[in-house]
Ligand binder design. Structure first.
Ligand code: ADP
Ligand code: MG
Length: 238
């Protein structure tokens, strides 16, 4: 578990400014959701935190340590994407444990971690299957399991449910909430879905065109939106 701090984080691609100076502090164990319309910079912000992109300027700290220029592999974070990116030729067990082999963990420790995560995600009976023999929801749980086994300081999710149908989305959302209650990790979650944001978040960060419009609890944003954009975005029916 860890806290995260962004200070004046900016990101440009060539002459296009995508993030205009983001200041944000995420507390240890907090579930923070980034919401905003398509193209507002949610994924870029997550990738900058993950170390998959470098900030153009500004600073990033994790647990007080400056990680602004650390590569992704040294930040101790784990990211779950909307496309599950599972290895088709590997079993579920192998998909979940593969990265741990590269981290140099012993086979017995890898097996124990995979078994623990599989039990948590109701995947214990599917560990020998290949991804193509799983449902969409099960595949997404494998992708989440792959993050859990790494015991990351912070979990980063980029629209992890957007490829699932409506029913599965609700079920998997509930599992994510239970997971957070269980392991209590710091979680940063990107979505363009207001309902997901309202139900999962301790605090919501509303982004618009690369800037933070407002940060607050779901109730605060709903009851006291600081401007029309937030009111429209949080209040509008889907
Ligand atoms: P969101 O996730 O909120 O939909 P993104 O962070 O993916 O938004 O993108 C924000 C803006 O940055 C978009 O205008 C997108 O085209 C641009 N962008 C993202 N990645 C790159 C890149 N690698 N090169 C150039 N422009 C990019
Ligand atoms: Mg995105």
């Amino acid at each position: 578990m860890a806290e995260l701090k962004l200070t004046s984080a900016r990101k440009s691609f060539g002459s296009i400014d995508v993030l205009h100076g983001i200041d944000l502090a995420v507390k240890d164990g907090e579930f923070v959701v980034f919401v905003g319309p398509s193209g507002c910079g949610k994924s870029t912000l997550l990738r900058v935190i993950a170390g998959l992109e470098n900030v153009t300027s500004g600073e990033i700290h994790i647990d007080g340590e400056r990680v602004t220029h650390l590569p992704a592999s040294e930040r101790g974070l784990a990211m779950v994407f909307q496309s599950y990116a599972l290895y088709p030729h590997m079993s579920v067990r192998k998909n979940m444990g593969f990265a741990l082999e590269n981290m140099g963990l012993k086979p017995a420790e890898i097996e124990a971690r995979v078994d623990r995560a599989a039990a948590m995600l109701r995947l214990a009976d599917y560990l020998d299957r290949k991804p193509k023999a799983l449902s969409g929801g099960q595949r997404q749980r494998v992708a989440i399991g792959r993050a859990i086994v790494r015991d990351p300081k912070i979990f980063l999710f980029d629209e992890p449910l957007s490829n699932l149908d409506a029913e599965l989305r609700v079920a998997t959302r509930k599992e994510l909430a239970a997971l957070h209650a269980n392991i209590g990790g710091t979680m940063i979650y990107v979505t363009h879905d207001q309902v997901e944001a309202m139900t999962l978040a301790d605090r919501i960060v509303v982004l618009n065109a690369g800037r933070i419009e407002q940060v607050g609890t779901p109730l605060e944003l709903y009851n006291r939106p600081s401007n029309a954009f937030v009111a429209g975005f949080i209040g509008s029916p889907r």
